[in-house]
Design a protein around this ligand. Structure first.
Ligand code: ADP
Ligand code: MG
Length: 682
């Protein structure tokens, strides 16, 4: 086989294109070529398996010598195109025709690509983390001789622009002028692919590769897309300033085909036995309790939090209305708590079990942080980079140290948590990326420990609008409690002693992962009984503290529906029952009875979640009145110090409370800081 010359190789490949028949007896590639002509396509997509069936040696040679075989393949495809549609072939020209190979047998993780693969065809799987803007790349440069005006056309294949070696007409050797109008360009883009979080060995940093894409492959993938990429591994010399090429090379992949993987999280493979096992678990009488008990078995207690994790991992199906509006199905959960209360452990666990789970800290380790960013590469290229919530699209993003997130992320997260997209517009790049992600966040209280004498908003350094986008919020407190402390200590000691769980979880980790992936596929519908239950609770909550401001919004009703639906999904039910609704209400009620209580009155007042409990509302009005007086007719900016003085002088609050009031106004967006210490009304 390897003796075949280039032209012989083209003939063999032409015969393959002409004669290969699919199982149903169709001439696969003749059909594809006619379709190319009809649709104005430039690429012929070849399934590697077809080649393997047709000629094993040829298929192997494609892997080991892709440059030769692909070149012959293009010749063959162009010949076939000429036979089928001579005028179309003429119009696009051979240079613009590509043969793309999909479905290679071995699909490697990026980590496995080594020097052994140099100049070979490989298929790698991973997630696209960055994409550059498009650049025109010259493939055939036109030059004019400065001396006599003679034109010369030079094929471009290397990184550096190649000039003519001399004029064909006169004796000029050096001076040529590039004629852009006559130069032929193709679109060029660089994308960066990284190991998917679920392929990453524990404790390792993800590895990445730069992939160059040309022609109709550009924009085939967006940041956050999971892809299978076919390409040829190359070594690019690295340069040292002033010293030329180094002995060190950098591997890159020249993209041949990009396949964006389907919408469903597909990483978890289920066998028939798994499916049977999953169904039998769900049909046991105490299935729900057993599932909750199986969540994070290394962590003692926290049944409510574990239930929340279970529900959020599965979520509710997202709904698309006929007009294209979508209703979020993802459930967002926040843990606020003292240090050492296993928040981080719970978050890491959730990221490990969830299909497409990802754990990150609010500080973020990359430029893109939690959402997305536009970054400038060393070579001056602008790249769009996806952050955690985009990478965990259709999965769970566990965000630790949520209170420490960057300001850019704060505003972008609003969009993500409500619209489920992340938009960026910077440096000429405008993009909207999908972020249909459930967020499990953990935050530390401002004062180190949760202060029971203050409301949740004052305990947290988080913008209020962001807080209201969580369906469930829990406070984890580290309070000395003799009995619980002893139990917890025993639990931890036992785990350390044996290196295994104290009580074997009813469902072991791998099976639970499969269970969760499977449960995500069901789409239960609400029954009238469940609807009544949810509505009843919602209306009751609406009537609490209904004076000047309504604190329970339809958002909470949607949250209730999501939770009830998720519970039905957990049990693989087709219908959301009354019992599901009762469980959902019970979770939400538990949350309201802790974070929704105004510490000043001891009563549930959901105004606290908006930073405006009833007990403070009158003071708030007072504060706004004073602010108005201070800014006067001509609306000057108000000095914070002055405002506090005025507030204290009313006798209604002390210095500290007035300071806090100023902060609350600032954080809620009623006023903003124009310059340090000075404020203006919005
Ligand atoms: P946080 O993020 O809330 O500050 P961590 O998740 O880092 O706390 O937990 C600190 C340590 O305490 C971890 O090793 C964790 O396993 C242990 N720990 C705390 N609470 C529990 C618990 N309820 N059960 C088991 N281990 C716990
Ligand atoms: Mg922590």
């Amino acid at each position: 086989m390897s003796e075949l010359t280039q032209s012989k190789l083209s003939e063999v490949l032409e015969r393959f294109l002409k004669s290969f028949k699919s199982k149903s007896g169709e001439n696969t590639y003749e059909i594809r070529i006619s379709r190319m002509i009809a649709m104005g396509g430039k690429s012929l997509i070849v399934d590697f398996n077809d080649l393997l069936i047709y000629d094993v040696d040829l298929a192997n040679r494609l892997i080991s010598e892709p440059d030769e075989v692909l070149e012959s393949f293009v010749t063959a495809a162009y010949e076939a195109l000429r036979t089928e549609g001579p005028s179309y072939a003429e119009k696009i020209g051979k240079r613009n025709v590509s043969v793309r190979i999909r479905n290679l047998q071995d699909k490697m993780s990026i980590r496995k690509v080594t020097t052994e693969h140099l100049d070979r065809l490989v298929a790698v799987t991973g997630i696209v983390v960055r994409t550059s803007d498009l650049k025109p790349m010259a493939v055939e440069a036109a030059f004019k001789c400065v001396k006599c005006g003679q034109m010369a056309h030079v094929d471009q294949t290397k990184m550096m622009l190649k000039h003519p070696s001399g004029c064909e007409h006169c004796d000029e050797k050096r001076n040529f002028e590039l004629v852009e109008k006559e130069t032929k360009f193709v679109d060029y883009q660089v994308i960066r692919m990284q190991e998917s979080p679920e392929e990453l060995p524990p404790g390792q940093l993800p590895q990445s590769f730069d992939i160059s894409l040309v022609g109709d492959l550009v924009n085939a993938a967006r940041p956050g897309d999971r892809v299978i990429l076919t390409g040829v591994v190359r070594a690019e010399p690295e340069y040292s300033q002033g010293r030329g090429k180094l002995r060190l090379f950098r591997s890159t992949i020249e993209g041949n085909y990009v396949e964006v993987m389907g919408k469903e999280p597909e990483q978890i493979q289920l066998t028939k036995e798994d499916e049977a096992l999953i169904k039998s678990i769900s049909s046991q009488p105490n299935a729900y309790e057993r599932l909750i008990e199986s969540v994070a078995p290394a962590i003692y207690g926290y049944e409510t939090q574990k239930e929340a994790i279970l529900l959020m991992t599965i979520g509710a199906p997202r709904q698309v209305l006929p007009d294209g509006t979508t209703i979020r199905g993802d459930i967002n959960v926040l843990f606020v708590g003292d240090p050492g209360t296993a928040k981080s452990e719970l978050l890491k666990y959730a990221a490990r079990t969830a299909p497409r789970g990802l754990y990150t800290s609010g500080r973020g380790s990359t430029a893109a942080g939690l959402t997305a960013a536009v970054v400038r590469e060393k070579n001056g290229m602008m790249m769009l980079e996806a952050g955690a919530v985009v990478l965990a699209d259709q999965g769970v993003a566990s965000i630790d140290e949520f209170d420490k997130m960057r300001t850019e992320d704060r505003s972008a997260l609003h969009e993500c948590m409500e619209q489920q997209t992340v938009s960026v517009a910077k440096g000429g790049i405008v993009a909207t990326l999908n972020a249909r992600t459930s967020i499990l966040a953990a935050a530390n209280p401002v004062f180190g420990k949760y202060d029971d004498y203050r409301n949740i908003v004052e305990n947290l350094n988080l913008p209020i609008p962001l807080l209201t986008r969580f369906d469930l919020i829990f406070i984890l407190k580290d309070k000395p409690d003799r009995a619980r402390d002893e139990e917890l200590a025993k639990h931890i000691l036992e785990i350390h002693r044996k290196g295994e769980y104290v009580k074997t979880p009813p469902i072991e980790f791998e099976l639970l992962r499969k269970y969760l992936a499977y449960a995500k596929k069901t789409t239960p519908v609400l029954t009238p009984e469940a609807e009544d239950r949810l509505l009843d609770y919602y209306l009751r909550m609406r009537s609490i503290g209904s004076e000047a401001m309504i604190t329970v919004t339809p958002r909470q009703l949607e949250g209730l529906i999501r939770l009830a639906t998720a519970r039905a999904r957990v049990l693989l039910h087709e219908k959301v029952t009354e019992e599901d609704a009762i469980r959902a209400v019970s979770l939400v009620r538990r949350m309201f009875e802790t974070v929704g209580v105004d510490v000043k009155t001891g009563k549930v007042d959901l105004g606290v979640l908006h930073g405006k409990p009833l007990s403070e509302r009158n003071l708030l009005e007072l504060a706004l009145d004073i602010f108005k007086q201070l800014e006067g007719r001509d609306k000057k900016s108000v000095e914070g110090k002055k405002f506090i003085e005025e507030m204290v002088s009313t006798g209604k609050m002390n210095n500290e409370e007035a300071t806090r009031m100023l902060q609350t106004l600032n954080r809620s967006g009623a006023i903003y800081e124009v310059k340090p210490g000075f404020y203006r009304k919005l």
